[in-house]
Design a protein around this ligand. Structure first.
Ligand code: NAD
Length: 287
């Protein structure tokens, strides 16, 4: 999609991190924004900043894992703007633990936004873009969609699902000879608030009883926060996404360090060896 000026972008998880970075980047290109998030206060703050810089912004508080809320979002965006051209299915959370310790609630907490949110976004918006034969969908997966580290079971499963969903959508759109493009965003570590995803856990999916003391939890959080502060800024990710949308590129890799890891994983698979995991865990992907 070459000409973005005046077109409409829907961005889920737009109140923070990568989503907010995308909102700033696409607003700078002259796009109108439908900014979606589960956090109403953060959404207001983000919208105020974007509007102060001249953007046309519609904010909607939505839980992307809810089919009904996403159906209503689809209708309200089309009613308000009269069309949709770019859909960034980006909202997500991170959570994990040893696979055998995870409860149904822990799986649902992650599967809801990370996988169902993307499914609903594709289900609700793609037809309108096919009808106008113009548009692009960007689904946020992760390096975790292409390789797996221990302790992140639900996250890895959802991100692999988003890669599979996006590749399949690409084939379906090609088969239909549609002018609509699709990309899958697979970043390494990015400077965002994802380390604090528990803030997004709905009451209905109650958190497990903590095994650590308040002090230990506070220490773990500050270590995580420190780790993410060293990660790639969201502006760099947004630049890559813009480039992929304009030049119709499918895979969006943001970190140079990940290419060698993808090759190593494939090599181990083809040689019939045990699964690859990056040495030092996922935080090696900061550059
Ligand atoms: N930060 C990283 O290192 C990294 C790496 C790879 C992929 N990702 C992916 O990037 C995406 C954005 O995450 P981020 O890192 O910017 O984190 P973030 O926490 O800064 O932003 C995520 C946003 O999604 C929103 N959200 C969460 N659950 C929601 C729901 N059910 N409905 C609507 N909104 C919801 C949150 O309120 C928040 O504003 C996620 O899909 C994440 O998995 C992040």
């Amino acid at each position: 999609m070459q000409d973005l000026n005046g077109k409409v972008a829907v961005i889920t998880g737009g109140a923070s991190g990568i989503g907010l970075g995308l909102a700033r980047r696409f607003a700078a290109e002259g796009m109108k924004l439908a900014l979606v998030d589960i956090e109403a206060d953060a959404l207001d703050v983000a919208a105020k900043e974007l509007k102060a810089n001249g953007a046309d912004v519609l904010t909607t508080t939505v839980d992307v894992s809810s089919a009904d809320q996403m159906d209503r979002l689809g209708k309200s965006v089309l009613d308000h703007f009269g069309g949709v051209h770019l859909v960034c299915n980006n909202a997500g959370v991170g959570s994990g633990g040893p696979m055998w310790e995870l409860r149904r609630e822990d799986w649902e907490f992650v599967m809801g936004p990370n996988l169902w949110g993307v499914i609903h976004g594709v289900r609700v918006f793609t037809k309108a873009m096919i009808e106008q034969n113009d548009g692009h969908i960007v689904n946020t997966a992760s390096m975790a969609g292409l390789m797996n580290v221990g302790g992140l079971g639900p996250y890895n499963v959802t991100k692999a699902g988003v890669v599979a969903l996006s590749e399949t959508l690409h084939h379906d759109l090609a088969e239909a000879a549609s002018g609509v493009g699709v990309s899958v965003l697979c970043p390494g570590f990015v400077r965002t608030q994802i380390w604090d995803s528990e803030r997004n856990r709905p009451d209905s999916l109650k958190a497990p009883e903590p095994k650590a003391t308040d002090e230990e939890i506070a220490l773990m959080k500050s270590v995580m926060q420190g780790m993410f502060e060293k990660a790639m800024p969201t502006e760099r990710v947004a630049d890559r996404v813009l480039d992929a949308v304009v030049n119709r590129r499918f895979y969006i890799f943001t970190h140079e360090s990940t290419n060698a890891a993808i090759e190593q994983r494939m090599g181990k698979m083809l040689r019939g060896e045990d699964p690859f995991a990056p040495q030092g865990g996922p935080e090696v992907f900061t550059k």
